[in-house]
Design a protein around this ligand. Structure first.
Ligand code: AKG
Ligand code: FE2
Length: 360
C-alpha cells in the first residue's frame, strides 16, 4: 500500500501496463514463466487441501449479548481462535445479505467492464491504488494469477476521486456504504479482541479504526487458470494490517491457511465474513495472537472474486507490544515500528519477511 517512488521500482513495475490476467484467461494464454511457482518453501501447491475447522464466532454475543456469560463464553472462543488459527469466520455480524449482495454485484460488474474503461483506473507505477495485475517490484518475483483493484476508503479526505469508477453507477455509494459498515464491524471486533486479552477495550479500535486510521479496499478477480497446480492465485503471505475482513466468493473456494505446516481450505459459509489478524496485531499482542500465513489457489474451470478490507494506523503513529502483555515470562518480542506498511514493502523488495525483521 505504501507509495514508493523509487526509479528502479518504477522501471521494474511494468505489470500495471501489461496484459491483465483476465485478458490472458479470455485469450486462452498459458501463464507466462513469471507466473510459475519455482520454490515450494511453504509446501506444495495443493489445489484441494482439506477443509479447515476454522472457529466460527457469533457476533451477537458482542453486539447485543443476552447476558454477561454469553459474552464471556464467546470471548473465550475468540481467544482460542486467535491463539491457534489467527482467524475465524464471523457470523451474525449485522451486515445484511442485501448489502453483501450489492457489494459483490458492483465489483463483479466493474470487472465485466471493457478493458479500455478499466484501464482509466490503472494503478500507476509505485502506487498502491488502482487497477491492474500483480505489481512487479523485484526481479525474481513470482506473479499472482489475479487482477486487483485497490482503493483508499477512509479517511474519506484521502480518497483519490479519479480512481473511483463511474460505472457501475452505484459503485461509489455501494462501496462507501459497505466500507462504513465494515469499519463499525471492525470496531466491535477490536473491542472484543482487547477484552479477550483483558486490556482496555479501546486500545486496538482507536489505533485501527479512529485517529487517522486508514482503510483500504482490495477487490480481486481470480480468473480460471489452465495450470492451477503451478500457479498461485495469491502467494503465501501474512497481511500487514491490524485485521483483514474478507468477503469470499459465494460459490468458488480457493483461500487456504497454514496451520502446523499444513494447508487447509477456508470453507465458504453463506454471508459469513472471514476475519484474519495481520502482522500489526501480532506485534501489538506481543505474539499472543497470530497473523496467519495464507494463500489463494486457482482452478481451471471457474473464476472467483474476493473483497478484502484492510486497516493501517496513521502512518505517523508508532506501534509496538502493549506493555500489559510484556512480563518476565513473556519478554517483549518486537521493536516499535512506524508505517509498517512501508516497512513491509521495503522488506518484500529485499526478499525478507517483515514480521521477522520487526523482532528484537
Ligand atoms: O482473496 C482471498 O481469498 C484472500 C485475499 C488476501 O489474502 C489478500 O488480499 O491479502
Ligand atoms: Fe492476505
Amino acid at each position: 500500500m505504501a507509495a514508493a517512488s523509487n526509479p528502479s521500482v518504477i522501471a521494474l513495475d511494468k505489470a500495471a501496463l501489461s496484459k491483465t490476467v483476465q485478458q490472458m484467461a479470455i485469450d486462452g494464454d498459458e501463464p507466462p514463466p513469471t507466473y510459475t511457482v519455482k520454490d515450494h518453501k511453504f509446501g506444495a501447491l495443493e489445489t484441494s487441501a482439506p477443509s479447515a475447522p476454522i472457529p466460527i464466532i457469533d457476533m451477537t454475543s458482542f453486539l447485543s449479548p443476552s447476558s454477561p456469560d454469553q459474552e464471556e463464553s464467546e470471548l473465550i472462543k475468540l481467544r482460542s481462535a486467535l491463539t491457534t488459527w489467527g482467524c475465524f469466520q464471523a457470523v451474525n455480524h449485522g451486515i445484511s445479505s442485501l448489502v453483501l449482495q450489492n457489494v459483490r454485484q458492483v465489483i463483479g460488474e466493474f470487472f465485466e467492464r471493457p478493458t479500455e474503461e478499466k484501464r482509466k483506473y490503472s494503478r500507476k507505477p509505485g502506487s498502491a491504488e488502482g487497477y491492474g495485475p500483480d505489481a512487479v517490484v523485484t526481479d525474481n518475483q513470482v506473479l499472482d494469477w489475479c487482477d486487483r483493484f485497490s482503493l483508499r476508503i477512509f479517511p474519506a479526505c484521502q480518497r483519490n476521486a479519479n480512481l473511483w469508477p463511474e460505472n457501475p453507477s452505484s459503485f461509489r455509494e455501494t462501496i462507501e456504504d459497505y466500507g462504513s459498515k465494515i469499519l463499525s464491524t471492525k470496531a466491535v471486533l477490536f473491542k472484543a479482541i482487547a477484552k479477550s486479552l483483558h486490556l482496555n477495550e479501546d486500545c486496538f479500535s482507536r489505533v485501527f479504526t479512529e485517529d487517522g486510521a486508514i482503510m483500504q479496499g482490495r477487490f480481486i478477480l481470480y480468473p480460471p487458470c489452465p495450470t492451477p497446480d503451478r500457479v498461485y492465485g495469491l502467494k503465501p503471505h501474512t497481511d500487514r494490517s491490524g485485521m483483514t475482513v474478507l468477503l469470499q466468493d459465494t460459490e468458488v473456494e480457493g483461500l487456504q491457511v497454514l496451520s502446523n505446516n499444513k494447508w487447509f481450505t477456508v470453507p465458504l459459509i453463506h454471508d459469513a465474513l472471514f476475519v484474519n489478524l495481520g502482522d500489526q496485531l501480532q506485534i501489538m499482542s506481543n505474539a499472543i495472537y497470530k497473523s496467519p500465513m495464507h494463500r489463494v489457489v486457482t482452478n481451471a474451470q471457474r473464476g472467483k472474486i474476493s473483497i478484502a478490507m484492510f486497516d493501517e494506523p496513521d502512518p505517523n503513529k508508532e506501534i509496538g507490544p502493549i506493555e500489559a502483555l510484556v512480563d518476565e515470562t513473556r519478554p517483549r518480542l518486537y521493536k516499535t515500528v512506524k508505517n509498517y506498511g512501508f516497512f513491509n514493502y521495503e522488506c518484500f523488495q529485499k526478499g525478507i519477511v517483515a514480521i521477522d525483521a520487526a523482532k528484537i
